[in-house]
Ligand binder design. Structure first.
Ligand code: IVH
Length: 668
């Protein structure tokens, strides 16, 4: 065998091993053997520059010689898909197909919608000749050098596997979660900006001018669309199975179905199961399987009539930042709020999101007009998590900066040592702080004055009827009846609701006062320990630290708050109005340690008490209420209609289920 033949043989072998490893996940030789073959080929190629081949396996490592990308006009325009978030519209799509095909039988190919960037790969005589990004659909960037480094994209197809002489393969370039996390960890260590999601990371990588960088980033590609003048079958599905034999990575999750119900089943299944896939997906693509039926259905201006994308409710979206406003909360903390073009996020339209604080804004280097990434996460308020700097054009908008004065009362803002937030220090006269404190006071977990709401509070504040929470107890029916929104009947209800709040237990009153850092749990712990506001007021910060769960910050805040003259006056006025500032006899006597050290999960619905009441009972008897079942759970307080997954988990972990009656007997 001469060197030329040897080079060709080594290239063939390496292409095959490469495919076994990256496409089929089934290597047949060890990494060392693979490396040895590769080294041998590299040395031979060095000796024979005349045998250079851009598709040689040695070229997968890339180089930094890339210049600007050449713009290439697509041979066939790259259309996009019609999108929907709603199954009703999937049904409409199905009926349009039925109608369009006039009674012919048809099948739908269901597949994953991969969340990366689309790529068009051109093959001639079994060799990759060009790879082009989607661009605007008419023309895109020639990224062939970069694509050559993606190991799961075949450069040379196995001879005799039956591929057409000339064809185009389209698919999605992706960064698998694993590569994405590794890349971000490395960037974090180097203090470089992180990628917000795998799609941005894939897109940033594929457009890198240095293909050696691309080679290291672990991109992957799934192919989902075969085009050409002589492709093997009339079935899209069958074509892709053939393409798999040619060495392309084709998703194993594709299914052919014959009914709308099967489509819905596929959607429902993958909505959950996709979370275990190694790459990001954002929906399901439905395609009429027969190519001749596709042709007869045709295209609209932007997308084919034979396909639709059903998108899962996104947990993250990109949208344009239009403005930033500043909101003052009840504690005086100033929160920057992004105003954005509305986007659909986890099922609702969102156009405002929090930007946390000044440091957060500077870290993002945020500008008006930026394409920002928003998530809905666990909280109700959406958050901005990143900026798509790739999308920035030449006309960068105004840089977002933090304000220096309160937008509500004009007082210069302060920022305390070691804290991220800015505060308006004018707590006695800044309107949103006053209103915020009253709103907090009446809220459900505090005094629970249901008959009042934020609008009424605002109205009474504007009218000069209330300036602080103690004023609530002076409101008389005749004073508010006949006002804008308050008729006689609701006036009576409001006054009655306020009167009833006198029964609210001390621990919730303490929470209702809105002392900074004193949440429900801290208030409860303090109330239980000190038993009255007088005892609490007499305590020093050091005494507070004795209470379980109370640290330096809370202790200082409480002591500081109680030391203020105006707060002491507020307490005396509330006390004079009949609000409780000590534990009741009943509370003092109804405590026990029967559940001491026990961890209890509440699940289902109950007949004798509400869930909140059961929570309180558990705590009053020394137990701890937690949300999810684990090996440490002592028992589950199980009501009717307990969720099947919780039941199963309890069973699996051998955690006891206790009925409502059994529980009441336990603490009797
Ligand atoms: S088919 C004419 N199939 O979604 C149909 N596209 O909005 C061409 N995508 O630009 C696309 N997974 O980047 C198709 N299984 C899949 C897909 C898929 C992801 C992307 C693709 C396209 C966009 C359409």
């Amino acid at each position: 065998m001469d060197d030329k033949q040897l080079i060709e043989e080594l290239r063939r072998q390496l292409h095959r091993h490469n495919r076994n490893y990256y496409v089929l996940n089934a290597p047949v030789i060890s990494d060392q053997e693979y490396d040895a073959l590769m080294r041998q080929l590299q040395q031979l190629e060095l000796l024979h520059p005349e045998l250079y081949d851009p598709n040689s396996p040695t070229q997968r490592v890339g180089s930094d010689l890339g210049g600007e990308f050449r713009q290439v006009v697509h041979k066939r325009p790259m259309l996009s898909l019609a999108n929907t978030y709603n199954k009703g519209e999937v049904g409409e799509f199905y009926r349009r197909v039925e109608e369009g095909l006039q009674g012919q039988e048809f099948q739908i190919c269901c597949e994953m919608k991969f969340d990366g960037l689309s790529i068009s790969l051109h093959y001639e005589d079994g060799r990759l000749v060009r790879a082009v990004t989607r661009g605007d659909g008419v023309q895109g960037d020639d990224v062939t050098d970069n694509v050559r480094t993606i190991r799961s994209i075949p450069l040379i197809l196995p001879e005799g596997s039956g591929f057409p002489r000339e064809f185009e393969m389209r698919g999605e370039v992706l960064m698998p979660w694993e590569s994405f996390e590794r890349l971000n960890a490395e960037r974090e260590a180097r203090e470089e900006p992180l990628f917000a999601n795998p799609r941005n990371a894939a897109s940033g990588t594929l457009k890198s001018k240095n293909s050696a960088v691309v080679a290291q980033r672990g991109l992957d590609a799934y192919l989902y669309y075969l085009l050409g003048d002589d492709i093997p079958c009339d079935s899209h599905f069958a074509n892709l199975q053939r393409a798999r034999e040619w060495g392309f990575k084709v998703s194993g999750e594709m299914r052919l179905v014959r009914s709308l119900q099967e489509i819905f089943d596929y959607i429902d299944y993958w909505d959950e199961a996709r979370k275990a896939l190694p790459v990001a997906t954002d929906g399901i693509v439905l395609k009429v399987d027969s190519l001749s039926q596709q042709r007869s259905l045709g295209l609209t201006a932007k997308s084919p009539r034979w396909a639709i994308a059903y998108k899962f409710q996104a947990e993250q979206q990109e949208t344009i930042l239009r403005n930033v406003t500043f909101q003052v909360g009840r504690t005086g903390a100033v929160t920057p709020v992004a105003i954005m073009d509305p986007v659909q996020l986890s099922g609702t339209m969102v156009h405002r999101a929090t930007l946390n604080n000044e440091d957060f804004i500077s870290a993002l280097d945020l500008h008006i007009g930026d394409l920002v990434q928003v998530i809905k996460g666990g909280e109700i308020i959406p958050k901005i998590v990143g900026v798509n700097t790739d999308a920035r054009g030449s006309g960068l908008g105004e840089r977002v900066s933090f304000i220096t004065h309160c937008p509500e009362c004009g007082t210069p803002l302060v920022r305390f040592e070691g804290e991220a937030a800015h505060y308006c220090p004018n707590d006695t006269a800044c309107p949103p702080q006053i209103k915020g404190r009253i709103e907090h006071f009446i809220s459900r977990k505090a005094m629970d004055i249901e008959s009042l709401g934020p609008e009424t509070v605002n109205e009474y504040y504007q009218m000069g009827i209330i300036h602080d929470v103690a004023d609530l107890y002076d409101i008389r029916v005749e004073q508010i009846a006949g006002m804008n929104s308050t008729r006689m009947k609701s006036a009576m209800k409001i006054v009655q609701g306020i009167a009833q709040s006198r029964e609210v237990p001390f621990e919730r009153v303490l929470y209702a006062l809105g002392i900074r850092f004193v949440g429900e749990i801290a208030a409860k712990a303090l109330a239980r320990y000190f038993k009255s506001i007088d005892a609490l007021a007499a305590a020093k910060a050091g005494d507070l630290l004795q209470v379980n769960g109370i640290g330096e910050v809370i202790a200082q805040s409480v002591v500081g708050w109680l030391a203020k003259e105006e707060n002491q006056q507020l307490i005396s006025r509330l006390r004079a109005a009949g609000v409780r500032f000590e534990l009741s006899e009943e509370e003092l006597s109804s405590h026990s340690d029967k559940l001491q050290g026990q961890t209890v999960v509440i699940s289902g619905v109950f007949a004798r008490h509400s869930r909140d009441e059961y929570k309180a009972l558990i705590e009053r008897h020394g137990g701890k209420n937690v949300g999810s079942i684990s090996g440490k759970t002592s028992f589950v307080l199980a009501g009717e209609n307990m969720g099947p997954s919780k039941r199963e988990k309890a069973l699996k972990l051998g955690v006891r289920l206790v009925t409502e009656d059994e529980f009441l007997a336990m603490i009797e």
